[in-house]
Design a protein. Structure first.
Length: 62
């Protein structure tokens, strides 16, 4: 592929494109709607609950 100073240019282009698209969506007030449709808030809260349950089990067994 294309290399700039030994770094694959895709490692630079992809994060910049994602960041730019997030900024555009945020400015057009569309980011909140997309996040709600994907249920990121619920998924994150479920992960937090599972982690706290695991920590409690570890503390109880110690």
């Amino acid at each position: 592929m294309f290399n700039v100073m030994g770094i694959n240019i895709l490692y630079i282009i992809i994060p910049v494109a994602v960041g730019r698209s997030l900024i555009i969506l945020k400015k057009k007030n569309m980011l909140d709607g997309i996040i709600e449709k994907l249920n990121f808030g619920e998924k994150i809260s479920e992960i937090k609950e599972k982690l706290s349950e695991i920590r409690e089990k570890q503390l109880c067994s110690a």
